[in-house]
Write a new protein. Structure first.
Length: 405
């Protein structure tokens, strides 16, 4: 989709579909005080999302948490969150379990298989700790083997590497939809096809996909998909989801159990029957009010249109990478091609010879980035709410650091 930038942060798409970035920014107070380039960790939350959480908490405060009317109101909002998320990712509501984050979803699946010594799981060599630790733990507990799929910026190579790694011992494939390290967009649908062609279920980590690009779990063909609200959806922390394909709801074993996830329960006979939907993986007391914020944030995303959001992110990120690549001392680690890229832009700052450029950006210029000073690695999250002049400021700062080498 061609994108035309106009003054004052407005975007014109073909067909005269006008999205007002300024109007979006006015809903996000955190943008007033800084250049926010870190949706990759936590996204800034719109006021209407926070207001909804506060409204529900005030209702609980004023009328009591076990008031029947309060319970009905809060749980109706909670179920609306399930419906909103299922619609947002192309699933049925009975296939969505609401969680706190992606880590919850990964652990639910990781512990839902009967692992035996010698079983294998495939992950990538660029996984977030939450995408690696559960499998490392299983290797220690049950003697499974964790095999790593090397990621390059070539989708054909990624597919071929998975084909080479899968074997009769492979019990599950677990891959990030978008690399947390570089923002590389994996060919998820093709990888799902390869996995299923070999009779192996596949799970995708959608932490950096949901909210910045269109996600349709049915079209992808994955068996499990974990996502969160607190990054690109701009929802409160503590709001996540796990998609479980209907065929797997009964097959995936339960590990954490408690009240609220049973259809029938009888203590004298030591028996129970769990509910038949994915919500069987939700149990006990939760912070239900937080999911009201998720409902509002998804509403904002849907009003903008995910295609519009994805197009703006692509345009901004592509232009930024091109400009940064011309600055001496900076090495871009993310793919340059838009079709395999996302809004995550990773770069090495080792050539700048600055001890802590991330800290300097914040202290001196109020530009918020993710930076590892020890590894001299910086990651930017180029979100749809950013203005061109904000990215100009960032480029100017990095140019200054380069000239001071």
């Amino acid at each position: 989709m061609d994108l035309f930038l106009t003054p004052a942060g407005r975007i014109m798409y073909p067909g005269d579909n006008l999205t007002d970035v300024q109007a979006l920014r006015e809903q996000i107070p955190a943008l007033d005080g800084c250049v926010y380039l870190n949706c990759g960790t936590f996204g800034p939350v719109p006021s209407q999302s926070t207001d909804e959480v506060v409204r529900l908490l005030r209702l609980i405060e004023s009328d009591g948490p076990f008031n029947p009317d309060v319970n009905e109101t809060v749980h109706k909002v909670y179920e609306t969150a399930r419906e909103s998320m299922s619609r947002f990712v192309g699933a049925s509501s009975d296939e969505i379990a609401l969680t706190r984050n992606v880590s919850d979803g990964i652990n639910i699946v990781a512990t839902g298989f009967d692992w035996e010594p010698g079983d294998e799981v495939i992950i990538t060599d660029q996984e977030h700790p939450s995408g690696a630790l559960p499998w490392i733990n299983l290797s220690r507990r049950y003697g499974i083997k964790v095999r790593m799929l090397p990621l390059t910026h070539n989708q054909d190579e990624t597919v071929a590497s998975l084909e080479d790694l899968i074997n009769p011992k492979t019990k599950l494939v677990f891959l990030s939809h978008v690399s947390t390290r570089t923002g590389y967009r994996l060919p998820a649908k093709r990888l799902c096809d390869v996995s299923h062609a070999n009779g192996v279920p596949i799970m995708l980590d959608g932490a950096h996909a949901v909210g910045q690009m269109a996600v349709d779990v049915k079209d992808l063909g994955c068996d499990f998909y974990a996502g969160c609200g607190h990054k690109w959806i701009l929802a409160p922390q503590g709001s996540g989801f796990l998609y479980i394909d209907r065929e797997w709801i009964d097959k995936l074993k339960l590990t954490w159990l408690g009240w609220g996830m049973t259809e029938e329960y009888d203590l004298p006979s030591l028996s129970f029957e769990s509910v038949s939907e994915a919500r069987r993986f939700e149990y006990a007391t939760m912070n239900w009010a937080h999911f009201g914020g998720l409902v509002k944030s998804i509403g904002v995303a849907e009003e903008l249109g995910i295609e519009n959001t994805e197009a703006r992110i692509s345009e901004l990120a592509t232009n930024l990478k091109q400009r940064l690549s011309d600055i001496p001392g900076i090495e871009i680690e993310s793919p340059m091609e838009p079709e395999i890229s996302t809004g995550l832009v990773a770069l090495s700052t080792a050539g700048l010879n600055h001890e802590a450029p991330g800290k300097w950006l914040w202290d001196e210029h109020r530009i918020l980035v993710a930076h590892n000073a020890e590894n001299q690695w910086m990651r930017l999250a180029v979100a749809h709410f950013l203005l061109e002049e904000e990215l100009d400021r960032f480029v100017e700062c990095m140019t200054e650091l380069s000239e001071d080498r």
